[in-house]
Design a protein around this ligand. Structure first.
Ligand SMILES: NC(=O)c1ccc[n+]([C@@H]2O[C@H](COP(=O)([O-])OP(=O)(O)OC[C@H]3O[C@@H](n4cnc5c(N)ncnc54)[C@H](OP(=O)(O)O)[C@@H]3O)[C@@H](O)[C@H]2O)c1
Length: 510
């Protein structure tokens, strides 16, 4: 992509950020890092980016920032724009603390200097206990809104929500829907109730929400709406769906974690994940590449500052109904790719089948997951080595269970407003900030994605391919040999069961 001065000069978005300061929360996260990188690359005249960060595992915020900026994601941008590094300022704080845990001096700086707020920090753990999820996703949002109220020259604030805040609907528009409870009521309840009582009322608070994450993100939107109305804060909500590795920018296939589908694709490529439930067969998840979400966030920030924009625009950063791909098709493409470009760390021959029904799924889970995991665990333990194999397998299965809701429901996230906004951009901005996945070829995209998993998560480059291909041949032979063994095992088990039943019928008098 051409990010030359000439091109950037023609960009309304780049010009909008010129001379402005941004306050970014969640800048050490998957989405936050990518937003930081794109701002530095595409908005060279930005004044300053304040990144809220907490110290972690004994590492100071300054060291964390340096570490993040030295990641491959930033290499090219910081090489081309030497001055960019000095524009990033870390602010020590914690979204869970009053006043965001920011020192009074730093808070004063933010109030005087900041023009744009991007709130990305959240707890994205689906199984977070309600109290923690409420405190982070709702309380945290409220604390950022409190700061926003005080900022002297705020022109826009982007609140990053999730399309799955409306996962209880079969179809969701870019608007806020009514919920059963009051967001402030839930916040107060979580403050004064003890753990035990809270557990008892949890299911009534969650209602039809499958987990605390989606529920608290939905209620956080209500807090945003109230604050906007009361204090006239210029806010826009961006709702991504399930965010995957980058499509193109800053390069193909970038990712830094195994959350969501990335983890599943990785374990499938390693040959560990082999069975998928029947419900996945016909579903079309809404998946969106990270770079399109980043662009939507940046475009949204400018859009909210435009004159004549409504009080609370909401934009879906989703694939939308136009370009979704079924799990079935994704399975076919991924398996082909996993066998064409195998991983040298692969443990079993990559194979993945959808169950025909629930019983078949249980059968596959037992023979493809539990049994091999426990056999491997036993073999490693016999050799006198500590083994975590069975535990890791169990963790993988638990993770899949938690994710399954997202993957087996396929709500449609309409995105007329995001599309209209994109069409309203000038030609240069459409080129520099693509937001729509409509023209994405999934096959090409998934190839880049798997290469990203290979390179960024498993640290394997393509020089390992010859060794990996040899390994694939061996594992394929082992896989073929294991089928008759599995059948023998099944035969022995059934014979044993039948003999037990017939013994029981002779012992118990009729
Ligand atoms: N990833 C997706 O598929 C997806 C989909 C839809 C919406 N979203 C939304 O996008 C946003 C970013 O998600 P993500 O995928 O980037 O998540 P992530 O990688 O888990 O990042 C979360 C960020 O929040 C920060 N954070 C957590 N607790 C904090 C605290 N107490 N104080 C300060 N910072 C804290 C984390 O900082 P530390 O590094 O210190 O932990 C990290 O920077 C979230 O609002 C999420 O709901 C994500």
């Amino acid at each position: 992509m051409d990010f030359s001065e000439d091109t950037l000069n023609k960009s309304d978005i780049s010009n909008f950020f010129a001379g402005k300061s941004v306050f970014l929360t969640g800048g050490s996260g998957f989405l936050g890092k990518a937003i930081l990188e794109k701002l530095l690359r595409s908005c060279p005249d930005i004044r300053c980016i304040y990144v809220l960060m907490r110290p972690k595992r004994g590492t100071s915020v300054q060291d964390r920032l340096q570490k993040i900026l030295s990641e491959p994601l930033f290499t090219e941008t910081l090489r081309r724009r030497v001055e960019a590094r000095s524009k990033v300022h870390v602010v020590e704080g914690d979204v869970l603390l009053p006043q965001l845990g920011v020192s009074s001096q730093d808070r004063a700086t933010l109030i005087h200097e900041v023009n744009i707020i991007i709130h990305s920090a959240a707890s994205v753990r689906f199984d977070e206990p309600l109290k923690e999820a409420v405190n982070m996703n709702m309380g945290g949002t409220l604390r950022v809104l409190e700061l926003a109220k005080e900022v002297e020259n705020l022109v826009s604030m982007v609140h990053i929500s999730t399309a799955y805040a409306n996962c209880t609907l079969s179809e969701a528009e870019e608007r806020i829907y009514d919920l059963d409870h009051s967001a402030h009521g839930i916040l107060q309840m979580c403050e004064w109730m003890d753990e035990k009582s809270l557990k008892e009322v949890s299911s009534s608070i969650l209602g039809t929400y499958p987990n605390t994450y989606t529920c608290t993100k939905a209620y956080a939107e209500h807090l945003v709406r109230e604050s906007q109305a009361e204090h006239n804060i210029p806010i826009v909500i961006v709702r991504p769906s399930i965010v995957l590795a980058t499509w193109n920018e800053p390069f193909v296939g970038w990712l830094d974690n195994i959350n969501g589908p990335s983890g599943l694709f990785m374990v499938a490529g390693l040959g560990l994940l082999r069975a998928a439930p029947v419900t996945l067969r016909e579903t079309f998840p809404d998946l969106v590449p990270l770079d399109l979400v980043v662009n939507t966030v940046i475009v949204a920030a400018k859009h909210r500052a435009d004159p004549g924009v409504g009080p609370l625009p909401i934009l879906h950063a989703t694939a939308g109904p136009q370009n979704r791909i079924s799990w079935q098709k994704m399975r076919r493409i991924n398996l082909r790719l996993a066998r064409t470009y195998p991983l040298v760390q692969m443990l079993r021959y990559p194979r993945m089948d959808f169950a025909f029904n629930d019983l078949h799924h249980k059968y596959m889970m037992f023979f493809h997951h539990y049994l091999p995991a426990h056999l491997a665990h036993f073999a490693v333990s016999l050799a006198g080595k500590p083994s975590k194999i069975a535990r890791r397998y169990q963790r993988m299965i638990n993770t899949i269970d938690i994710l399954m809701f997202f993957y087996t429901t396929d709500p449609i996230f309409r995105k007329q407003k995001a599309e209209a906004l994109f069409k309203s951009l000038n030609e240069t901005d459409q080129y520099l900030f693509p937001m729509l996945a409509d023209r994405m070829d999934w096959e090409v995209y998934l190839k880049g994605y798997l290469f990203g998993i290979r390179y960024f998560l498993l640290k394997e480059d393509l020089t390992t391919l010859p060794a990996a291909r040899k390994r694939l041949t061996v594992l394929k032979a082992a896989d073929l040999a294991s089928t008759p063994l599995t059948l023998c095992f099944l035969y022995l088990m059934i014979s044993w069961l039948i003999s037990c039943l017939s013994m029981a019928s002779t012992v118990i008098p009729s």
